[in-house]
Design a protein around this ligand. Structure first.
Ligand SMILES: [Cu+2]
Length: 153
């Protein structure tokens, strides 16, 4: 009897753990400024999420220009921005969606056409201020913001 009970207890316990750890999806949103056209800014300078569970960021582009959206490691905005500027001389830049190659990039969208929407999904483990930039040539200095990550409860 005792040998039968142990597997049953283990099964019940593991089911409970699965239910507990089922990650919730954090849905957040950010738009480019569409009015006035060509402003080259995000509609908010700061958006928020927490550590641990998946973040689904919806990026909307109501502007007349193409834009993308990148999430960077804290403190790397200028560094990745400089790499974006350097892409002006890269004949494949368009094919790469103007996303430079860098280990400081946590997530990046495709180039989003006027009126378009893109979703990026990523997870962040540590709290901090994560820069958000558009790396279309010349945009990042104006088109930037912060994803503020705090510890999940
Ligand atoms: Cu842009």
């Amino acid at each position: 009897m005792k040998t039968l009970l142990i597997p049953i207890i283990l099964t019940v316990t593991s089911l409970f753990v699965i239910a507990e750890e089922k990650p919730k999806l954090q849905k957040i949103e950010l738009s480019a400024v569409g009015n006035p056209p060509g402003t080259m800014k995000f509609a908010k300078t700061e958006i928020k999420a927490t550590t641990g569970s998946k973040i689904e960021l919806t990026f909307k582009n109501p502007d007349v220009l193409q834009h993308n959206i990148l999430i960077l490691k804290p403190g790397t905005k200028d560094k990745v921005g400089a790499l974006a500027d350097a892409m002006l001389t890269d004949p494949d830049a368009m094919k790469k969606n103007y996303v430079p190659k860098s280990s400081d990039i946590i997530a990046a969208s495709k180039l989003v056409n006027p009126g378009g929407t893109e979703k990026i999904v990523f997870t962040i483990k540590e709290s901090g201020d994560y820069p958000i930039i558009c790396t279309f040539p010349g945009h990042w200095r104006l088109m930037n913001g912060i994803l503020k990550i705090t510890k999940s409860e």
